[in-house]
Structures are given as structure tokens and as C-alpha cells.
Ligand binder design. Sequence first.
Ligand code: GDP
Ligand code: IMO
Ligand code: MG
Length: 422
Amino acid sequence: MVIAVLGVQWGDEGKGKIVDALCENAHLVVRCQGGANAGHTVVIDGSKRVLHLVPSGILTDGTYCLIADGVVVDLDVLHAEIENLANAGIDVWKRLAVSKRAHVVLPLHREIESIHEEARGKARIGTTGRGIGPCYSDKASRLGIRICDLLEPKRLADRVKALYRAHGLDDRRSAGSVEAAMAYLEGFTETIRRIAADTHAILFQALEANKRIVLEGSQGFLLDIDHGSYPYVTSCNTGIHGLLAGCGIPPSAVTSIVGVAKAYVTRVGGGPLPTEMEEPIQTEVRQKGEEFGATTGRPRRCGWLDLVALRYACRANGVTSLAVTKMDTLAGLDTVKVCVGYDYGAQSLDTVPAEAEALGECNPKYETAEVWGDLSGVQCFGDLPSEARSYLRAIEHWAGAEIELVSTGPERRSILRAKQLT
Ligand code: GDP
Ligand code: IMO
Ligand code: MG
């Protein structure tokens, strides 16, 4: 049984928390795409953990975790994350494997990204600075360094030389850079030797035994390189298509596709966000929802729930159920609005336009929602105030899928289940 969990907004929907909620009895939890640009938060009894590369399943005893083929691996981040988890008493070395096919992010990629962002000036994307774009570019150009290369020193040296040559950084022009890259990579050989694996074999064994497998998406569908607001996107496919390509299992293996949505929207970095809130309400929501990047600490832009964008994402991903987070953040506000269409010049749009510029010029058509009060005592769906239930019903209607989980706070226990997902 394969449960795919993915973001249906602009990232940071609360995927970490939802994956954690779906991990019970899971045999495998798999990160499929993206890299250390992701920051997935799980809060257990007041202790907060932010995971960038290791799947959130590592926080559930007995669950085995895979970093699959489509992930771009930042070795510094991975090593630090493993050490932190091990120091916290988690048997991470025994429960984590990284695909030999996964690509490696080099310091060079972070440098190139910083030059690209600088060159864009005002049109900068506002990336996480983790070298994700340049690493995926080198992968597509067939120049990338893969995890398996770290296990073969001769092949590694050849590949690093070829990569630097292709970037015009051969030894004649920038003495020492190849050696520095080799020294950097060799520093991680032992770590990689302990966890590198053919993750296909592990996945297919689990599939054949009909074990519970959770695929942990990163970023959100509106940041997808093909379907998001290009060029203000990340550099991979963030939807179901990207998850499957990234771990190498067939679409027919998937049992359910859980779309994770916040009760409002946030976006970090540049690019259009049609429903961005006015001040002072935006600051109020940011503070109440603690909307500061889990990876970079940047303040997140906050907007009203965009049902047009949500429908676009749920359709494209074939979402079979929804998890809605942060209902508590909207509780007690004076007004809550939802966007049900866009005015674009003289046109009325009911879907997301292809051009980022056009999306940026869309004026949302709003409906006002009935507000609800404090949710702290709510233990089950039936306890939710009727206004909150109406809000959730509107989301179901637009998404064309039922809500299975509602999150009412950052803590692991602050979760309502419509019925146990099978
Ligand atoms: P992810 O990248 O999708 O895993 O999301 P992030 O971890 O980057 O951001 C989600 C933030 O919201 C984290 O700080 C979570 O602890 C927090 N969070 C998740 N669900 C809820 C919720 O229902 N209510 C509140 N107040 N916070 C939540
Ligand atoms: P999780 O998995 C929110 C955004 C960046 C930037 C754009 C490109 O935690 O939801 P990149 O570094 O990927 O080249 O940046 O994408 N971005 C995210 N925003 N959550 C994320 O991941 C993100 N990963 C990338 O802010 O706008
Ligand atoms: Mg995040």
C-alpha cells in the first residue's frame, strides 16, 4: 500500500506533520525529490524537529527511511542531520538509506546559484540558496555527481574533472578547484558507505510484501517546474509525477494521494501570490501562525486561501483525500476570506494562467467565510465549530476530494481524523 503525501500550495503546508501522522504502522517513508531546500517540521511533546533531507518517518520507531533517486543530496546537511538525530538517541544509522542513483549538491552549485540570483537583480527568485537549481541543471546535462560515484574514487575523480571542465573551471583557469571538490567529497565517503543502497530493491521488496509505504513530497505543486509559476519555481516536479519519477515505482502501485493544504496560503521568496493579505492582517497571521521559513528563517508571505489554485493542484495530482492544517491560526480573526476566481483585466479566470506575470496581475474575487473561535479543546471532527466545518466543506467541494485529516496545532497530537486512512 502506497500513500503519497504532497503539498498542493506553495510549500510549507505542514507535510512533515501530516507524514508523521500517517507513519503509524508504516514500513517505509521515502523522500522522492527536492533536496535540503525542504524544511519539514514535526513537534512531539514540545520538542520541535526540522528535517531537511531525512524523511519525517525517522521520528517513528521501527520505520525505515529512504532518500530516493530523485533527491539532490547536500552532504553537509545530511551528515549534520544524521549526527543530530543520532545524538538525540534515534537509531538513524540502522533506519536510513540513500539511493546510489541520487545526485550530490556540490559547494560549486551553491556558488553558481548565488551568481545567478545576483544577476537577476530585482527579478531574483528568492531561492533557499541550497544549490538546488544548478545541481538539477548538471543532472539534466549529464554532468552530475551521484552517490554511487563517491564509492569509486577513480570514477569520482574523472567525473569531477569533467564537471569542472564543462563549467570552464579546469585546472589551468582555477587552480585547485578540482582538488578542493575532491577533498570535500572524500570527507563524506565513510558516511555514504554506511547508508548508500539500491533503494529500488528495498522499495520493490516492500511493495511485494504489501507493506505500508509513505512517499513524502517536498515543496508544493505551485512551485513545480512545469506546472508552477515559472520561473518562480523550484527545479523539479513537486507533484505526484515527480514523486513517482523520483522513487521509481509505477503509478499503478499508488493507493492514495493525500494533498496537504494550509487553511490559508504562504509563499517564501519572489513570484506571484494573488491573495497576499493586506497589512496589518498579514503580520497578525504571520505571527500567530509562526510563518518563518523552516530552512532559511525568512518571513513567509501570507495570503487568503486560494481555492482556484487549490483546485488546479488537486486536479493535476489526482488527489484522493486532503489534509488541512493550521485551522487554529485563522480562529478568532475578525474576517476570513477565500478566493473563488480571478479578474484578469476584462477577463474572468477560473484557473491558474500559464504566465507568472498574468498570475501576478490577477485580482482575486473573494467570498467572506464565517469566522470560528478557539479550537484548543476540539478532539474530533464533531467538536469543530459549525463555521469551521462549513469552511472545510467548501475546501472539499473545490478540491473534489474528502478531507481525511485536520490539524489544529503544531503538536503531533493536535490532529483530527475523519476516519483512519487505510
Ligand atoms: P512542510 O514543509 O510542509 O513540512 O511545513 P513546514 O514545517 O515548513 O511549516 C509548517 C509549520 O506549521 C511548522 O512550523 C509546523 O510546526 C506548523 N504546523 C503544522 N500544522 C499546524 C497546525 O495545524 N497549526 C499550527 N499552528 N501550526 C502547524
Ligand atoms: P518544503 O518541502 C517553501 C521555494 C523557495 C523559492 C523557490 C526556489 O519545506 O515545503 P529553490 O531553493 O528550490 O531553488 O527555491 O522555491 N521553496 C520552498 N518554499 N517550502 C519549500 O519546501 C521550498 N523549497 C523551495 O523559497 O521561492
Ligand atoms: Mg517547509
